[in-house]
Design a protein around this ligand. Structure first.
Ligand code: ITT
Length: 201
């Protein structure tokens, strides 16, 4: 059986692969295996809407069971920004460093104890022709003043999860993938598979 990850983000591909540890007999693919796949316009008002759209469009295109993640970082002191716009926070072609620089700049006058935030992940599973289900999970933490660590991706070097004193980028994939928003959402998504009459992967 083929299972398609509806993402072009290599950080997500790596993490989802490590979290799911799919059994023999399941071939895990991503949009890097489908270079001509459509680019989905992420114009939903919620993470769930975007995740559903990505999963449904790509399940239809590939004809296989498809998983999509739509995620973001919400910072209280910025009224929830960058939020659903996390990927485009510093413009279309910006790098992770550009996004982090913009975030730290926006928070420069915010004191240490007023920098809570959270990662959100909505994970949708689409089974062709028309079944789609979605779940959401959160990982609470706070934003530090300078990037630390080399692991993970995106905003990980400035995000310290609650209960730890290291950033996700310092903690590394093994710990991140036990406690992250994405790990929790994928855990819930796995449970949906039997309701959708699929074997768990
Ligand atoms: P796809 O749509 O192809 O999956 P994307 O990067 O555009 O890739 P999103 O629209 O879901 O994905 O944007 C999520 C952004 O939020 C992502 O680019 C990161 O900047 C940030 N983000 C999400 N999860 C993260 C995590 O676990 N660690 C750090 N940053 C994360």
């Amino acid at each position: 059986m083929k299972l398609v990850l509806a993402t072009r983000n290599r950080g997500k591909v790596r993490e989802i692969g490590e979290i799911l540890k799919v059994q023999n007999g399941i071939e895990l693919l991503s949009l890097h295996n489908y270079p001509d796949a459509p680019h989905v316009l992420e114009d939903g008002k919620t993470y769930e809407e975007n995740a559903i759209k990505k999963a449904a469009v790509l399940a239809e295109y590939t004809g296989h069971l498809t998983i999509a993640d739509d995620s973001g970082l919400e910072v209280d002191a910025l009224d929830g920004a960058p939020g659903i716009h996390s990927a485009r926070y510093a413009g279309e072609n910006a790098s992770d460093q550009d996004r982090i620089a913009k975030l730290l700049d926006a928070l420069q006058n915010v004191p240490e104890d007023q920098r809570p935030g959270r990662f959100i992940s909505a994970v949708a599973i689409a089974a062709p022709p028309a079944q789609v289900r979605v779940v959401r999970a959160v990982c609470e933490g706070w934003i530090i003043r300078r990037p630390r660590g080399t692991g993970g991706f995106g905003y990980d070097p400035v995000f310290v999860p609650v209960g730890y004193d290291k950033t996700f980028a310092e903690l590394g994939d093994e710990i991140k993938n036990q406690i992250s928003h994405r790990a929790k959402a994928l855990g819930e998504a796995r449970k949906l598979l039997s309701e959708m009459n699929f074997e768990k992967f």
